[in-house]
Ligand binder design. Structure first.
Ligand code: PMP
Length: 359
């Protein structure tokens, strides 16, 4: 039955956001600082990208660019595809997602369960036309050319045939706005305004950009720290103005980049910390065993970065980070023994069994 509630409050979309802010007890006690993780894996489609997907789609609806029956076409490393497929299914839209072939199978399966069509493309650098971003744009153009052709045969005044819409999570600032309007205010409220640092990795840059913008507006002294992974040039860009990568590959899906997106460029970043895959993976197993928290590798990398930042702040400081998605999305990858062996990433704890080694 059609609802008279505004779109954002209809059905499952009302359940996006307002996630718990969880105190990471062992990390807090070990560092003498208060470390909190925003439990974004508890969103309805299981990741921080639910917020962006909801805002990107509602923004297009409100601007008349998208109507029921249309297809959302997006290129994504996974979580955005799942989130868009969830939002689309709730609003009577279709989804076509272009996905690089290295993405965890669990994510592809989830998109398909929500009804998305998937186009798997090779994992190649952005400059290659086969990259998922360009592939999505091509699919959008192809579908809209078909729609234009169909339109030309219809009598005047007929409703337009279904079209394709490319939300463009990387360049579209509705992504940033999702976090400026929701994640940032929630963190401020949940810490009673006592947050000293926000630590977060960047994929599209939507989260770090939106949250940093809101928190800096409340208190310009809040330190915004970019957590960066192997293979990414973002930390070097913040430090030197040049995108230089360490040339390594990372297992932390969804983060790191060798290009500057509109969302990333509008982030207010004070400093960076680098986290290795070994540190991130060890933190994932550590949180699972000592905190009962099962999160994915980018979230674990964020937690490891939060510990590094905590050590540079006065005792009693409050540090907030993002738990982007659940470990269940990586049971064939970082939470699979065979995969870890292949990657030579055995999680190692200190002799006292507490912090991941070297952290
Ligand atoms: N972690 C994971 C697992 C992701 O899928 C993403 C989105 N690419 C991020 C972190 C980064 O979020 P953002 O795009 O807002 O920078």
């Amino acid at each position: 039955m059609a609802s008279s509630a505004p779109l954002e409050m209809q059905g499952i979309l009302a359940a996006v956001g307002e996630t718990p802010l969880v105190r990471l007890h062992t990390l807090s006690e070990l560092t003498g600082r208060e470390i909190y993780g925003k439990a974004e894996h508890l969103n309805p489609a299981g990741s921080v990208k639910d917020r962006a997907a909801k805002f990107l789609v509602l923004d297009a609806f409100k601007r008349g660019l998208l109507v029921p029956g249309d297809t959302i076409v997006e290129g994504t490393g996974g979580n955005t595809g799942i989130a868009l497929a969830m939002v689309a299914s709730a609003l009577g839209l279709r989804t076509l997602i272009t996905v690089p072939d290295n993405v965890a199978k669990e994510k592809r399966d989830m998109m398909e369960r929500y009804g998305a069509e998937i186009l798997v493309v090779p994992q190649v650098p952005f400059s290659n036309p086969e990259h998922f971003y360009h592939a999505a744009k091509r699919e959008r153009d192809r579908m809209n050319a078909d729609a234009d052709k169909a339109m030309s045969t219809l009598p005047q005044g007929s409703p337009r045939p279904p079209r394709a819409y490319f939300p463009d999570q990387f360049e579209n600032l509705a992504n940033r706005e999702a976090h400026r309007a929701t994640t940032g205010p929630e963190i401020w409220r949940q810490t009673s305004g006592k947050v000293n640092a926000f630590v977060c990795a960047s994929g599209t840059g939507g989260t770090i950009s939106g949250v940093s913008s809101y928190l800096k507006e409340q208190d310009s002294r809040v330190r915004i720290v970019l957590a960066d992974c192997h293979g990414s040039g973002l930390a070097s860009f913040v430090q030197t103005g040049e995108l230089v990568s360490d040339g390594l590959k990372t297992v932390t899906e969804g983060i790191g980049s060798m290009r500057l997106t509109a969302n990333f460029k509008s982030a207010a970043i004070d400093e960076c910390v680098r986290v290795s895959d070994a540190e991130a993976v060890a933190m994932g197993y550590f949180l699972l065993q000592f905190e009962g928290i099962f999160i994915g590798p980018s979230a674990s990398l964020n937690a490891a970065a939060a510990v590094k930042v905590a050590r540079t702040l006065p005792a009693g400081s409050t540090i907030v980070t993002i738990m982007c998605d659940s470990g269940e999305r990586y049971t064939s990858k970082t939470f699979n023994k065979g995969f870890l062996q292949e990657q030579q990433l055995q999680p190692a704890f200190d002799a006292n069994g507490r912090l991941p080694r070297n952290l």
